[in-house]
Design a binder for this molecule. Structure first.
Ligand code: FES
Length: 105
């Protein structure tokens, strides 16, 4: 299990734990946090699971893949730290990862 810290849209910080191999989106949903609509169910085609990776974790989390980057391009809230939560997999290396839920587009 890895620790995942999530800052919700109302600014609350939640400490969750997720299994290695799960996506950040799955961990957030399993915790009952409903900020991310995730309309496509996690198959990288809707961009409604937009989060910002905390500055300290950007390099460990890695860059957005090509499809993800294309989807994020249409978001008016895109930043350098933007990722889609369904595309970040929990790994041991990401134990303690902190993400902030982006504003809704
Ligand atoms: S849930 Fe649709 S892109 Fe992530």
């Amino acid at each position: 299990m890895s620790k995942l810290i999530v800052v919700t849209r109302d600014g609350e910080e939640k400490i969750l734990s997720g299994s290695v191999g799960s996506s950040v989106l799955e961990v957030i949903h399993d915790a009952g946090i409903e900020d991310l609509m995730a309309l496509c169910g996690g198959c990288c085609s809707c961009a409604t699971c937009h989060v910002y990776v905390d500055d300290e974790w950007i390099s460990a989390a890695g860059a957005a893949n090509e499809d993800e980057a294309d989807l994020l391009e249409d978001s008016e809230h895109r930043k350098t730290a933007s990722r889609l939560a369904c595309q970040i997999k929990i790994t041991d290396k990401l134990d303690g990862l902190r993400v902030i839920v982006a504003p809704e587009d």
